[in-house]
Design a binder for this molecule. Structure first.
Ligand SMILES: C[S@@+](CC[C@H](N)C(=O)[O-])C[C@H]1O[C@@H](n2cnc3c(N)ncnc32)[C@H](O)[C@@H]1O
Length: 193
């Protein structure tokens, strides 16, 4: 019997290592302001506590500990000033892209983003409208075909270049080893004044 369940941190090590490696590469400081968009139990940043001095704002649709702001992160990033954050972490089960593209509108200077991009089924990623529009994808595809997947796999870099339209430059893209149903990215985003 197959059991389908959501597991918050099935691949905690991958997430933690990606964050450590990207931080090591991009910051020569150890204190960070972080916006943690999908806090859940905060296992990821708790695992990194011993290495960094962090000031974190935690968000979640369903808070699991005291101090988490109960909200949709996509609303939060559109209604708050994000300029103070060094790191914005969008560790969703599904698609991080709407939150990402709405965040880059108001971040300033250099911001490091961590994104988890979950698949809904084998080889099929959650594809929000903003991404479909980027590549002019057809609204619906013939049964049995998945043109979205083909485009997404081959054009991840081009996809990210959409940031230019929002006045940002995506300097580096890192990917953690893909695990199970998810891919993990670390992006360095620069917004010029
Ligand atoms: C994979 S877990 C996050 C694990 C977490 N980063 C940790 O360190 O333990 C995903 C969480 O994202 C939350 N979530 C999903 N979409 C969200 C959204 N749009 N806004 C806020 N929270 C969201 C879910 O409620 C869930 O708790």
């Amino acid at each position: 019997m197959k059991v389908h369940c959501k597991v918050d941190n099935a691949f905690l090590c991958t997430k933690v290592n990606l964050r450590r490696n990207v931080i090591k590469k991009h910051f020569n400081k150890s204190s960070f302001n972080i916006l943690n968009c999908c806090a859940a139990k905060n296992k990821v940043w708790r695992s990194l506590d011993e290495f960094y001095n962090t000031s974190i704002i935690h968000l979640d649709l369903n808070p699991q500990f005291d101090g988490v702001i109960k909200c949709d992160a996509n609303d939060y990033v559109q209604n708050n000033d994000l300029s103070k954050f060094d790191i914005i972490d969008i560790d969703t089960y599904g698609s991080p892209w709407d939150i990402f593209f709405n965040s880059i509108k108001s971040c300033t200077g250099t911001t490091v983003f961590f994104l988890t991009w979950g698949r809904t089924e084998k080889n099929l990623f959650n594809v929000p409208n903003i991404i479909k529009q980027t590549f002019n994808f057809p609204k619906s595809s013939k049964k049995g075909r998945n043109p979205l997947c083909k485009y997404m796999e081959k054009n991840i870099t081009s996809l990210l270049v959409r940031g230019y339209e929002n006045g940002i430059f995506i300097k580096d893209v890192y990917e953690g080893f893909p695990q199970g149903n998810a891919r993990y990215f670390g992006l360095t985003v620069i917004k010029e004044d």
